[in-house]
Structures are given as C-alpha cells and as structure tokens.
Design a binder for this molecule. Structure first.
Ligand code: S3P
Length: 200
C-alpha cells in the first residue's frame, strides 16, 4: 500500500501556528483548510480538552464551571506545547476564550509561535453560531443571546488584537483565507513521501 507519510520536519515554533478569535470566527474550518494545504497536522484544542477530561466542553462547564474549564484548557495547551517542542508541524485552533486568559497568552508568547486573530463582523459571527446550533446542535456554553454575545465580543476584542496577524474571514472562502495565512507567514508545505520513499 502506498500510504502517504509527512516527511521529517525540524521542531521549532515556526512550524506551528495558533488560531485565535471569537466563537464562529472559523478557527477550526480555516485550521483544517490550512492543514490540508500544507500537509501539517491540524488540532482543535477543545477536542484535546474533551479527550483528556473524558467529557464534553459543555459538560465541563455545566458540572464543574468555567474556572475548571479554563484550568483544563491551560493544561491541554501546555501538553500541546510540550509535544511541539519535540518536533512536528501543527496548526492549532484555540477555543474562543483561550487567548483572552493572561496565562495562556503568556505561554504562547514565550513559546514564540505566530498567533492569528480570525475576525468577522460580530453580526456574522452570531449568525454562524446560531445557525450551527440550530442545524447541528453544536453546544456552546457561552452562546446565550445576541446581546450577551455582542458584549462578550466587545470585551475580548482588545485581547485578540494582540495576536501577530489579524485576518478577516467574513464572506470569504476557506481556501482564500488559508492561502493568505500561508503567504503572510511564508509557511512551507511538507512534502509527502510514499512508503517507497518517493516525494509527491
Ligand atoms: C469558548 C469558546 C468555545 C469553547 C468554550 C469556551 C469561549 O470554543 O472553547 O465553549 O470562551 O468563547 P469555540 O470558539 O470553538 O466555539
């Protein structure tokens, strides 16, 4: 079988990118598109939290509260950073509140990998999240009502703006956004090798 394998990559912070921004900004969809474009691994930090804790984000919020979720979020990020120090290339999408936490922002700053703030008009963010909730039942504990959503976005925006780059996602195809990030950061595609060692 000619299974494709990423070729070896040096492990340094330039081989990882962290996507930040509010709920509905497209962190996971853009991250996945960017990962496919570059043959980099894509990871959603919320998924890692759920795997480590053995329960969903919604269950953590409901049963243990937001502060316990933030503790788990930080611990999950520390685990990711530890792995990245060992090598590999990865796109990581953070949950909407992560980069707002001072300790998490400090960890990322110290690590030195680029952070990208994905942004869109707040009304579009709201529409995307409420549509996702209606269509797929996606449960977001902090998605309450339009008024609360707007307010929370307003209080967090200044923190997101501390990211290295800000990219607009409103009304733009995922591929265009991924191409813009790859070009701005000069990210390199990883050559895939077949088991016979041919580069494709
Ligand atoms: C949160 C956003 C969620 C998730 C958690 C908290 C937030 O992630 O981490 O519900 O504080 O904004 P998404 O931004 O992927 O929805």
């Amino acid at each position: 079988m000619r299974r494709k394998q990423p070729s070896a990559v040096a492990g340094d912070p330039c081989n990882s990118v962290f996507l930040v921004g509010f709920m509905g900004a497209g962190k996971s969809s853009v991250g996945r598109a960017l990962g496919e474009r570059l043959n980099w691994v894509f990871e959603d930090l919320d998924n890692r939290i759920e795997a480590r804790e053995g329960r969903t984000v919604a269950e953590i919020f409901r049963d243990s509260g937001e502060s316990e979720f933030r503790r788990a979020e930080r611990a999950a990020l520390e685990a990711v950073l530890l792995e990245l120090r060992g090598g590999g290339a990865r796109i990581v999408a953070l949950g909407g509140g992560a980069f707002v936490q001072k300790d998490i922002a400090a960890l990322l700053k110290e690590f030195g990998a680029p952070t990208i703030f994905l942004d869109a008009p707040v009304e579009e963010l709201w529409q995307r999240c409420s549509t996702q909730a209606a269509e797929s039942g996606a449960e977001r504990p902090l998605l309450r009502n339009r008024e609360h959503f707007r307010k929370l976005y307003g209080t967090r925006r200044r923190s997101y703006a501390k990211a290295l780059l800000r990219i607009q996602t409103g009304g733009r195809p995922l591929e265009t956004i991924a191409a813009e990030i790859a070009a701005k950061l000069k990210l390199k595609e990883i050559a895939l090798r077949t088991e016979e060692g041919e580069v494709e």
